[in-house]
Design a protein around this ligand. Sequence first.
Ligand code: PLP
Length: 478
Amino acid sequence: MTESRAISAAFGTDLHLEIKGPGLRAGLMEALREAVRNGRLAPGTRLPSSRSLATDLGVARNTVADAYAELVAEGWLTARQGSGTRVARRAAAVPARRAPAPAPLPWQHGRPRPGRPLHTLHPGTPDLASFPRAEWLKAARRALTDAPHEAFGYCSPRGRPELRAVLAEYLARSRGVRADPDRIVVCSGFAQGLLLLAAVLRGRRVRDVAVESYGLDAHWDALTDAGLRTPALPLDALGTRTEALTEDGGPRPGAVLITPAHQFPLGGALPPDRRTALVDWARASGGLVLEDDYDGEFRYDRQPVGALQSLDPERVVYLGTASKSLAPGLRLGWMVLPPQLVDEVMAAKGTIEWASSTLDQLTLAEFISSGAYDRHVRGMRLRYRRRRDQLVAALAEQAPGIRVTGIAAGLHAVLELPPGSERAVLHAAALQGLALQGLDAFRHPDAAPGRDALVVGYATPTDSAWPGALDALCRVLP
Ligand SMILES: Cc1ncc(COP(=O)(O)O)c(C=O)c1O
């Protein structure tokens, strides 16, 4: 006999127990042991009184009292006058809780290796330990206190008006975006924005969206899955050759996906004449530019490169995200759209009802308008810049043959390796427990194999892990 019974404990905790076997007392004991063993009942948890548990289970009170007494004798539970029956602090066989290994990011190639790496310098994430918990909590409290009742209802897929108003002001001020709250659609990160735009482009009978020679295959896959082809634009020492769009024999896409402020992963800014060439192409052909401004806030040595969108807000879609400036786990991003696209994007979004959580949106609005976002970004900019300088200094001292590029901005650097050595360096790193990614993992299938290099995410480790990760990196370099 297997019976599942839910305990509605007097202390406001519900516990689902599977009582198995013929004897109720033995079955209850085993169910409680199992709940302790697998961590569902944490040490110190107060259990319901034998009376209320007996009532919930529909058994005699003595059955529960006897089961509790035996589990106390076995060391699983403790019973003290006045504090009831609790799970023992050191209950036998409680498995130690280990932090789960981080899930691989969509762009992390290759087979997962057994065991966790000791260090990771994968690009793609900010230092998650630096998430501004206290400030975020303050903003969340204020947002929750001030939220109108209607905010707790189903919300518009366009996003909360409070957040769109704050974003319009922030993006104009900090990134030079020509933004109007009515043109903004809030999305679950850049990734969702891209999916929606892919659906809209496909609906408009676009066949090709040109992409850069280096980028994220997760983004190319999102476009391909929507039925679009992704020819790669050529690349030279100055960056993506946007002028190829108007050259004889060049690609003839309906849209271009590009990272103009900070090419991912190579790190350069698109030169001014190529920015102009791109916008000229869009105007002449009726094409659309999808501007991925994933880490525009982090620029160290020069004035920030403003958003390309400001050159022509009617032809450029600006896509931003909180994934680098705050944390990818928030899943908050935004699109600033040409007015004629807003309804189509909304229609694409509305059919799937993908609205982001209202409370998170209101919290972000409060976080930005209170100045906490600017303070956080400025603080992180200093910290990442310090790490970048430490990386450059350590390489100069310990691996003087390695050239570092793409370091004026962002959270990663490209380390040029001797020709033919990329795979061997990655292999050596893996053996030492250092998770690294090579440049080749970001190469578009259309692009010819390029130089050997590493893409090093120096923002990824926590402050305490960073020195060890840097040492490990220097040890595996030729
Ligand atoms: C090139 C690029 N674009 C966009 C993003 C942000 O994606 P999302 O906002 O979906 O987290 C990333 C994240 O790593 C990225 O590397």
